[in-house]
Every structure is written in structure tokens, then in C-alpha cells.
Design a protein around this ligand. Structure first.
Ligand code: ZN
Length: 151
């Protein structure tokens, strides 16, 4: 990865951790799931408003490190308006990215801004920070109303 690209990715993460998007309680949410990453202490609540199999709207609240907050913020931007199979595909692409299974340069357009997390695979302890919101979201999509823990 070029240093320019690395800087750009860093900026995206800093921006979203300092001013997270969709950081609020969602009025009319029909699914709410909490996630917890004991390794780092990150806590997150995802609010989902589903219409059929489409994510009509979503938001989050919580407190955690920069990586977990930025990840949740970018997730809410990426998932709005997606249907269940699109959401699942994005979850898998993101998971492969941060665990290093799929180098970002192979399909950068599929992930968009989420590619900013490509550096996370070099820091195994941060992978759970980056995926917390996604595991929580997945549980919410499946209609499992419970607390998700990464441990
Ligand atoms: Zn964290």
C-alpha cells in the first residue's frame, strides 16, 4: 500500500471516530442489539428499522475506541437501503478485509470507504474493535435480540 493511500485511510478513520455519523437513538427502530468487546472495552448499541428485508434506516450509540466508533459510523452509512443479502455480502467482504483473507486491492470498489480498515489486519488485537459493530448488526438482522460479545 502506498503511503498516500495509508494517509487517506487514516483520515477516514479519524474523521468518523471524531464525528460519527448516525450516532443517535433511532425513532421507530424495530430491532435493537447491544455489542460488547471485553478485550478493549468497546460497547455499542445498533438500532435498526427494517421494512421487509430492507434496512430502511439504522443508527448506533455507545462508547469505544477510535477504531470501533469509526467502524460503526461507516457501517451505518454503508448499510442504509441495503437488503439482507447485500448486507450479508458486505459483512463477509469486510470480515475478509480486516482478517487479511482478502487484500483490498482485489476488489476496492466493493467496499468503498470501508477499505479504510484494510490496515487493521496487521493488528490482530484491533480486529475485534473493527468487527464489533458488524457482528452486532448481523445479530440484529437475524432478529436475535440479545447482547453480542466478541469473546
Ligand atoms: Zn476497541
Amino acid at each position: 500500500m502506498s503511503s498516500d493511500l495509508r494517509d487517506l485511510y487514516q483520515q477516514v478513520i479519524v474523521d468518523h471516530s471524531k464525528s460519527p455519523r448516525n450516532f443517535r437513538i433511532l425513532e421507530g427502530a424495530n430491532r435493537t442489539v447491544e455489542g460488547y468487546n471485553p478485550l478493549c472495552g468497546d460497547r455499542i448499541t445498533i438500532f435498526l428499522k427494517m421494512e421487509g428485508d430492507v434496512v430502511k434506516d439504522l443508527s448506533f450509540q455507545g462508547s469505544g475506541c477510535a477504531i470501533s466508533t469509526a467502524s460503526a459510523s461507516l457501517l451505518t452509512e454503508a448499510l442504509k437501503g441495503k437488503n439482507l443479502s447485500e448486507a450479508e455480502a458486505l459483512f463477509e467482504s469486510f470480515h475478509d478485509l480486516v482478517t487479511g483473507l482478502q487484500p483490498v486491492h482485489e476488489e476496492p470498489e466493493k467496499l468503498g470507504k470501508l477499505a479504510a480498515f484494510s490496515g487493521v489486519c496487521d493488528y490482530p488485537t484491533r480486529v475485534k474493535c473493527a468487527t464489533l459493530a458488524w457482528h452486532t448488526l448481523r445479530s440484529a438482522l437475524k432478529g436475535e435480540e440479545k447482547t453480542v460479545s466478541t469473546e
